[in-house]
Design a protein around this ligand. Structure first.
Ligand code: AHR
Length: 712
């Protein structure tokens, strides 16, 4: 009876349990699947898709790629103190010495100080006054957070110096002269040997040593020497550069320089490790010189390409945009040589009359000099040696013109909400296209981002530059934004973007945001013709007692200190996406991609936002027409394994073997650092069992590239 009574209930329970199991099984039975349609020819992948963007930020050049080791070599970094320099006085009891910045240009400095300028660019120098000589006195430079020392390495040192203790230049009638020149009471013993060393900060360990013989002269003279470290020294960045004497007098220094070996041994060249990291990325272009660095804080601080040319003696540097003064050792020609060395095409940004403080120059006659300046700059890059600026380039050492197709007019001109860009862009484009019809002008305002600030004068810009700095959720949410862009154009240059998580370099979660975003660009690379991550470089040194930390912008691609460098997880994503790229897009569709919704933030309720569910898995595929290789990129943004069924529709012959490249980690916060540079790196393996339909289980937090071989 009891049994009977319970019969219906238990039947019901069993039935419900069965239904639950059925639903659960059925849910699991709906596999995530991605179908690559090999029957349809896809659009072409832009041959310029992946490139690099650079500017002087985070000590990208000075204290970064540009191999110069002396900080503040022309003493202009700080008008009040000789930043980076200090007095060396080993025998404090016996010697009496001081150092002083001598700024020659301001009108209000005494005549005695003004007479120490070398030329219009080198107007500030450092004076070492040795009143009483002890065993050793001198000047030390700390470099950019240390001078890197490596075994068996030759460094090229050079500097301008003059010693003029009590020397009185002959007085001409009426000439302005100080009654009592500085140091006239100090005995001038400056002529003679000076010692030049790379040594430990306490001076106890000397890594490399040389001497110069200082002539007795009141005139500036350049001295050069080589310093070679022993083969047994241990690499360190904890070193300084010192020029010292043991004789009394006044010593004046300017343009003090120390170069380690450079990439391809170029004089005034670049750090080999950083160059190699870029070469490994196979970038198709380099966008330079900025970024904010192009514009400068004020109109007068725009990138002064003309004073970045020629001998270092003629480069005064200028006020940068990121809180330190660029030396401009990385000048226009050095940018172009950098492109040449990494096999990238220049994408030249020209100043377009808008600066960071919000000032702009209206289109019309006032803007004309700037337009002319841009035309001259383009001539320097592309003109043959018979043109004025092409001849200047040839004289600077590069007779052959550089290849150039894209000119970006300004940077982020959307900041000028008065829409002055409309007229400015049109004036630049009209003049550039009239002289150089082969060039394409890129607008620095994107319709999608700033619909109210469109360029409406003249024809529509052919290419728009969009910038996106977002967190990973926003990257995942917007990864398919280009799927719905108008195929008729304009084309899109994603000229700056990054998933900003992790500092100073990005972490794994940022790399998962980047990779998802890149699948969206790659799938749409008929319209997205160029993409470059920003910022590219960061010096990762933290603050010292004397200097602030080296970087101004968090979440960067490549980190370094004076001695070593490393790629962030984002760097490796850029590298493998560029490495494994076909020339045709393979149309792909997906089913049952699981979704997730980000946690609510306080801001959401203020802004009345309900977060949208975002996919957990992202994908894109391209094919190399010549080799038949298919590159399928799959991103699993979650901490769980994700099985994905892959269908190769229309593939007649599929090789059972494939190559898999994976970047993955245990936690979203995992990252690479100077101490642990290879925690997250791509791992390549062979896999088997590939067929027209097969399942691949993606590891948690992973970016995967499958290189498949299939014939139609
Ligand atoms: O990449 C850092 C800065 O971000 C760039 O200088 C500027 O263009 C953007 O606002």
């Amino acid at each position: 009876m009891k049994k009977d009574l319970f019969q219906p209930a238990s039947t019901c329970r069993l039935w419900m349990l069965g239904l639950f199991v059925f639903i659960a099984a059925n849910t699991q039975a709906q596999p995530t699947s991605i179908t690559l349609d090999l029957t349809k020819p896809g659009a072409s992948v832009s041959p310029m898709l992946y490139g690099l963007m650079t500017e002087e930020i985070n000590h990208s050049y000075d204290g970064g790629l540009y191999a110069e080791l002396i900080r503040n070599r022309i003493f202009k970094d700080n008008p009040t103190r000789p930043e980076g320099w200090s007095l060396v006085q080993d025998d404090s009891a016996g010697s009496k010495a001081t150092i002083k910045l001598i700024a020659a240009n301001p009108d209000n400095v005494p005549f005695d100080e003004r007479r120490h300028a070398i030329n219009g660019a080198l107007q500030t120098c450092l004076r070492l006054t040795v009143e009483k000589a002890g065993s050793r006195v001198g000047v030390a430079n700390e470099g950019y957070w240390g001078i890197p020392v490596r075994p068996g390495t030759t460094y090229k040192a050079s500097f301008y110096i003059k010693g003029s203790g009590s020397f009185q230049p002959p007085r001409r009638p009426g000439a302005q002269q100080p009654a009592q020149p500085a140091g006239s009471q100090i005995e001038d013993n400056t002529a003679g040997p000076l010692t030049v060393t790379i040594e430990s900060p306490d001076g106890k360990t000397v890594y490399a040593k040389g001497t110069i013989d200082l002539a007795k002269s009141i005139f500036w003279k350049k001295y050069e020497l080589s310093l070679t470290t022993g083969t047994d020294v241990k690499p360190t960045a904890d070193a300084r550069f010192v020029i010292s004497t043991n004789r009394t007098g006044l010593y004046y220094f300017n343009l003090v320089s120390l170069f380690p070996p450079t990439y391809k041994d170029r004089p005034n060249g670049n750090r080999p490790d950083l160059m190699k990291m870029m070469v490994d990325m196979k970038p198709r272009f380099l966008r330079f010189p900025g970024g904010n660095f192009l514009e400068g804080p004020l109109i007068t601080d725009a990138f002064p390409w003309k004073t970045t040319l020629g001998p270092l003696e003629n480069r005064p540097g200028h006020r940068g945009s990121w809180s330190y003064r660029p030396s401009d050792g990385m000048g226009l020609l050095e940018f172009l040589l950098w492109c040449e060395d990494i096999g990238a095409e220049p994408v030249l940004a020209v100043y377009a009359g808008y600066s960071l403080n919000g000032d702009h120059i209206d289109a019309g006659p006032l803007l004309k000099p700037w337009v002319d300046d841009a035309l001259e700059e383009i001539e320097y890059v592309t003109g043959d040696a018979k043109t004025l600026w092409g001849a200047r380039r040839a004289a600077d050492g590069h007779p052959a013109p550089f290849k150039l197709k894209y000119i970006e007019v300004g940077n982020e001109d959307w900041f000028d909400r008065t829409n002055s860009y409309d007229g400015r862009f049109n004036q630049f484009r009209t003049a550039i296209e009239a002289k150089y019809p082969q060039l394409v002008c890129i607008s620095s305002i994107a319709d999608a981002q700033y619909p109210n600030l469109k360029v409406t004068t003249g024809k529509k810009p052919a290419v728009l530059d969009e910038h996106y700095y977002r967190n990973s959720w926003a990257m995942w949410e917007n990864a398919s934004q280009y799927d719905s862009y108008d195929r008729k154009g304009p084309k899109i240059f994603v000229g700056e973007w990054a998933t900003r998580e992790g500092a100073p370099t990005t972490n794994l979660n940022a790399a998962l945001g980047d990779a998802a975003w890149m699948t969206g660009m790659e799938r749409n690379s008929d319209i997205v013709i160029m993409s470059c991550y920003a910022p590219l470089f960061v010096n990762v040194n933290t603050a010292t007692a004397a200097m602030p930390r080296a970087w101004q912008w968090d979440s960067d691609l490549i980190g370094y200190n004076a001695l070593s460098s490393f790629g962030s997880p984002s760097y490796y994503v850029q590298k493998i996406f560029s490495d494994y790229l076909g020339d045709k897009i393979v149309p792909a569709t997906a089913e049952n991609i699981p979704t997730q919704t980000r946690p609510l933030t306080r801001r959401d309720s203020v802004d009345n936002i309900t977060p949208k569910p975002v996919p957990m898995v992202f994908y894109a595929a391209t094919r190399d027409q010549k080799t038949g290789a298919i590159y399928l990129k799959l991103v699993n943004t979650t901490g769980k394994q994700q099985p994905v069924e892959i269908n190769l529709k229309g593939a007649a012959k599929v090789s059972g073997d494939a190559t898999l490249v994976v970047i993955k980690g245990d936690k979203p916060e995992d990252t690479n650092t100077i101490r642990d540079p290879e925690k997250i790196v791509p791992v390549t393996q062979k896999i088997t069992g590939v067929s027209p339909t097969f399942t691949r289980t993606l590891d948690p937090y992973s970016v995967n590239i499958l290189q498949l071989q299939a014939g139609k």
